[in-house]
Design a binder for this molecule. Structure first.
Ligand code: GRF
Length: 244
């Protein structure tokens, strides 16, 4: 397995990731831990971008010795945000972008230049419970309000619209009878921390070998032990329904 990047041209080196975050940054932390550990030869977090000063994600980046940039978005012209963002990504020689609690729409010009190389994680099973304004506790409150018994996390490629690009991986999480948005959020977040670093690693490995980003297929998911291809057996369904 070629574990270095060809995306940067002749020199081979680990894939360079930028993480965009607007908040506390627990997913950022999971990515930092993963790529400063065993996966360091495949990829590393080279830059953390936030649209806000003073957020936890920036503190986490600084503690990990990773460069940070604050690029404000509110009230600014999209072209200016795009220009600043592209300059930051270019300066840090970024190959792959992972949004992790980034609450802004990525400018269309940035999406165009990094087509299929920007990922996002969303705390529900898209395309349901996504779109503009669907973030944080609102997502989980809507899931509970709708009476869903299953929620989950979705990792997808970012395109020009909120939460709309090709889905790479989804992982189900049960909604329990007495759930509050906070309890459900915490349960989904634990899953996010497991699936995001591994998915970013899978995409980085693909970039390093020149493959296009593609959905993690069911055979991949079976290989990773994520999914039982045969579905539940009758006894499992009976047990779930209280018939056993
Ligand atoms: C996560 O639930 C993620 O799915 C969503 O925003 C939240 C960010 O949490 N996009 P954190 O800042 O990583 O703790």
């Amino acid at each position: 397995m070629n574990q270095t990047s060809r995306t940067a041209g002749a020199t081979t080196r680990p894939v360079r990731i930028a993480v965009f975050a607007s908040g506390g940054g627990t997913n950022l932390q999971a990515l930092l831990d993963h790529f400063q550990g065993g996966a360091a030869e495949i990829a590393r977090v080279a830059l953390v971008v936030s649209d806000r000063e003073g957020v936890g994600a920036l503190d986490r980046a600084e503690r990990a010795g990773v460069a940070t940039r604050v690029i404000p978005v509110r009230g600014r012209d999209e072209d200016d945000v795009a220009r600043d963002t592209l300059a930051a990504l270019s300066d840090a020689e970024v190959d792959l972008v992972a949004l992790a609690g980034y609450l802004r729409l990525v400018p269309a010009e940035v999406v165009r230049r990094y087509r299929d190389r920007i990922l996002n994680i969303h705390p529900a099973l898209l395309p349901a419970f996504g779109g503009k304004g669907m973030y944080g506790a609102r997502v989980h409150a809507a899931v509970i309000e709708a009476g869903c018994r299953i929620s989950g996390a979705t990792i997808h490629v970012v395109d020009e619209e909120y939460d709309r690009g090709a889905i790479l991986l989804q992982w189900p999480v049960p909604v329990l009878a007495d759930d509050t948005p906070e309890r459900l959020a915490a349960r989904v977040l634990r899953v996010e921390h497991r699936i995001y670093p591994l998915t970013v690693e899978a995409v980085a490995r693909g970039l390093a070998t020149g493959e296009a980003v593609r959905p993690l297929s069911l055979p991949d998911a079976v290989t990773f032990g994520l999914v039982d291809a045969d579905g539940p057996d009758e006894a499992e369904v009976r047990r779930a329904l209280g018939l056993l």
